[in-house]
Ligand binder design. Sequence first.
Ligand code: FEO
Length: 188
Amino acid sequence: MTLRTKLQNIIILPDNSILMNTRIIAELCEQMIKEFYSANLYLSMSAWCQEAGLPGCANWMRVQYQEENEHALKFFDYIHSHGGKAVVSAIAAPPTEWKNIQEVFEATAKHEAEVTRCIHQLVKLSREENDYTTEIFLQWFVTEQVEEEENVRNILDQLKLAGENGYGLLLIDRDLATRTYTPTSTAE
Ligand code: FEO
């Protein structure tokens, strides 16, 4: 028998302390799945870059994949540390083909803009539900999204400058090869 009881939209413990709003838990689970989708999308892009002879871009996308997995697990851990249970539902298959490297990064920029919109919606929901703890948790993602969107914009600007110039693309690829994955827990 569970020690937790559900009353309206909240989970309460026997001592009547409130754990978390179940509506918020459901939305956080949704976001966890979206982060796993993001991870798979970038791994798929990494495969495309590898095949296209762009190992630096492939490396950048692989690091992006690792970061997105970490984002998903942050949601997983937060849900569990606040009395909820993360529901791991189906993750849609990402695309596998793009016309060129510009299109890959344009799709990345578009995807990250959508993730930002979702995170902002979650912040709005946590305010509506007076869930200040979740609002604070989400602040990390609000800041992360600003950084992610800026990074992709910078790469797109460089790709536009390089245009059809193969040497320019080679330099960009070499630069993106230097990106390394640093887990947040050790970076903080
Ligand atoms: Fe987890 Fe790229 O946002």
